[in-house]
Write a protein that binds this ligand. Structure first.
Ligand code: AMP
Ligand code: GLY
Length: 421
């Protein structure tokens, strides 16, 4: 089969590497990909906003299946667009993708289907929002409704911070704002829970804990993710049942009740308080770096899984996983998430001795001739599978030391909550 993957991050490189293991794969294309995908797929430099051009390329090159990695094209309706031309696509359609595209859409589903989540209110203008903030309990959480690349969330400790968040959102920092969300601050520990569904049945697709803050000890600014480990330390059978019955199943039903089906990965960002799950947010894709962390544990054929999902026969397949622990450390450019240098050569990659359970997935890299250069904030993902998290972290750090990239920064404490000092 000829398969196309849309995206250019660590997630998409991990998907490409995992698909490549399938005997049925004849050719892979990546739109636009990175230096890692360039080794195993044809990278196609295409504007991801230009659905027409993407469609023309897919038809011309007879691509049998398209996998959409990031949220933006999903929220913009790429699945609906491509399906109009009878292209097989893995990913949720525009209606279903509102679960990530609109926080208010998701909150309204939570209310209607009794899905546990933080108490909330929807506010249509500055005055209403600020009036509410006068007598609110702090800390409180204020969120822009629309896609904001993880930046539209403010945890406010007092009224002044709250007012300033309201102003930023209504001033259009995250695009035109018709309303915003103010919600209760939940105390607990976070967990990422993944499933894959064809709209009728679903399969668990692992759990993870990511580290969003840039500095060790979970301090500093929020980033796209500095590392992750899987499985989450919070998981137990009782909690899993609650997540499925109180959150996942009602959500799949809610999308069905809208007259459509959810098809693809669904990523629930949860807060766990006393073994009770609360939905913080949905993402309509795999997480990054959670995807890179989880996929190396997959023992089944990923292509068969995607096909079963697209062909509405997910209930007929089994998904097998390794029992090992997986830990991922993200190597980013010094300065990220603020300003950082680009176009810096990364020269030792080929010299690192990876064992069969070590992986390097590229993110913001590109190839020029035989050389590899940095392009983005998050540059490489080092992943290791081991019997325990401590060993996995040690192996990754050894590989990072061998790379010795002077422009790089990484956290040495990924997994600190599961690794005894
Ligand atoms: P979101 O983009 O909705 O996932 O929010 C980003 C981060 O803000 C989450 O990963 C949480 O750490 C935090 N957060 C969001 N909503 C809440 C909440 N209601 N209570 C506590 N923390 C929250
Ligand atoms: N790791 C967080 C995300 O993918 O949104």
């Amino acid at each position: 089969m000829i398969v196309g993957i849309i995206g250019s991050g660590g997630r998409e490189h991990a998907i490409c590497e995992t698909l490549k293991k399938s005997k049925k794969i004849k050719e892979l294309y990546c739109f636009p990909g990175n230096a890692g995908t360039a080794r195993i797929a044809k990278n196609i430099d295409i504007d991801l906003e230009d659905f027409e051009e993407i469609k023309n390329f897919i038809l011309k090159n007879k691509i049998d299946l398209v996998i959409v990695g990031p949220e933006k094209p999903l929220v913009d309706g790429i699945v609906d667009f491509l399906e109009r031309f009878k292209i097989k696509v893995f990913g949720p359609n525009k209606v279903a993708s509102q679960l990530e595209g609109s926080k208010i859409f998701t909150k309204e589903i939570c209310k209607k289907y009794n899905i546990p989540t933080a108490n909330f209110g929807i506010f249509k203008d500055r005055e209403m929002s600020k009036n509410f903030l006068k007598s609110a309990n702090y800390p409180i959480v204020i969120k822009a409704d629309n896609l904001a690349s993880g930046k539209g969330v403010y945890i406010c400790d007092n009224k002044a911070q709250g007012n300033s968040a309201v102003d930023e959102i209504f001033n259009g920092k995250f695009g035109k704002a018709e309303n915003l969300l103010i919600e209760e601050f939940l105390i607990g520990e976070e967990m990422s829970f993944f499933i894959l569904t064809d709209g009728v049945s679903f399969k668990n697709f692992g759990t993870a804990q990511d580290h969003k803050r840039v500095l060790e000890g979970d301090k500093g600014k929020n980033t796209g993710g500095m590392g992750a480990y899987s499985p989450s330390r919070l998981l137990n059978e009782e909690l899993e049942k609650k997540i499925i019955n109180k959150i996942i199943k009602p959500t799949i039903k809610a999308i069905n009740d809208l007259g459509t089906k959810y098809k693809g990965f669904l990523y629930a960002g949860l807060m766990i308080t006393n073994n009770e799950p609360y939905l913080i947010e949905y993402n309509v894709r795999m997480g990054d770096p959670e995807c890179q962390t989880i996929l190396p544990k997959l023992n089944s054929d990923l292509l068969e899984i995607f096909l079963a999902c697209c062909e509405n026969r997910l209930n007929q397949i089994q998904i097998e996983w390794s029992n090992k622990k997986s830990l991922c450390i993200v190597l980013c450019s010094k300065g990220y998430p603020d300003d950082f240098k680009k176009d810096i050569e990364i020269n030792n990659i080929e010299k690192i001795n990876l064992n069969k359970d070590n992986f390097i997935f590229h993110a913001g890299t590109y190839r020029d001739g035989e050389k590899i250069f940095s392009r983005g904030g998050r540059v490489l993902n080092f992943v290791s599978l081991c019997d325990n998290f401590l060993e996995a972290r040690k192996e990754n750090i050894q590989n990072l030391l061998n790379l010795d990239w002077s422009e790089g920064y990484y956290r040495r404490d990924i997994g600190f909550k599961v690794i005894e000092k």
